[in-house]
Design a protein around this ligand. Sequence first.
Ligand code: NAD
Length: 361
Amino acid sequence: MSHKITVLPGDGIGPEIMDETLRLLEWIVERDPQLDLIWEEFPIGGASLEQYDKPLLPEVLKAAKNSSAILLGAVGDPRWDDLPVNRRPEAALLNLRKQCGLYANLRPARIYSELVESSPLKNHRAAGADLVIVRELTGGIYFSLPRGIEGTGEHRRGFNTLSYTREEVVRITEVAVEIARQRSGKITSIDKANVLESSKLWREVVTETVPDDIQLNHLYVDNAAMQLVLDPCQFDVIVTGNMFGDILSDIASQISGSIGLLPSASLRDGALGMYEPVHGSAPDIAGTGMANPLAMILSLAMAFRYSLDAVGWADKIEKAVDQVIASGKRTADLARDNEPALNTTEIGQAVRERLQQMEEI
Ligand code: NAD
């Protein structure tokens, strides 16, 4: 089956990590005659503002909607920080997610046993942690209306609305159930049902949607934040709303020791998915060769798994990354004092060499 991929490198380290990922994609396509993949690259975020004075062009949105997978590097740069919210690079991302209906954000976070020393958690707490956060991505307080800032001077008031419909909660819960079935069959739903009506509905609907063969428990978000650092191994699949998921997934990202290792997928019903690292455009290291491309490469693996009908390549890429880390190769974000660090290109090449060795066995 033929698949189109829309490639959006973006800003800062985005193009650097995307180059390495496309090298890997080319390498795979050259070796697998069964894969029928074509890809096209477009600017997004600051790169698009610079060329076209808009963070997301309508033709780019159209191409994205007509593809099976969107690969996104990262957007954002301090140069654009003073623009109004709807013109900033980040607006492109929110728009893309909303317009493509990508309502389910999957963020796996795990500790590689060889990197347990890189985790800010004590070894005995971090060892064995392996979880997925399923975050609702197109509803909740980031999108509900009304919103705004009104009044003048001392009487100004900023306001947002947090609302969830039953349907929105059902569909994200169903995604979590599907993921839980592929893992240990356990879901933790996170809300603030002791204070918020939207969370009360969330909890009721999650409870009635999760089938009996899945183990379900509920936590309030404040307790969940504490539990994630106290005992991350208690979690397998977490399902939660947009803002709670945003915050909790950044906490979870630290378990692994570097944000440069964490991929994500944003899915809807049907094939289309957007695949991007959890991290941002890291302007502080852009152009230095220090960017870790593994989160982007693992995002490509997720694209193979969820959108490109090639689970075999997803497994192989993940295994190759495991082996590269196990062999002691490190980028600067992972290297400990005095450990030599590979640059973006060298670690990308190490992944391809591992895959080559796997193919030869
Ligand atoms: P960031 O994730 O870009 O960087 C945080 C820290 O992690 C920095 O020290 C950076 O050097 C490091 N880091 C990030 N990715 C790395 C990688 N692959 N390898 C090695 N080190 C890495 O977050 P920030 O500094 O808060 O934001 C920078 C810009 O990115 C902002 O404009 C922000 O709005 C944007 N942003 C974009 C996205 C996205 O595109 N999805 C997500 C978050 C932030």
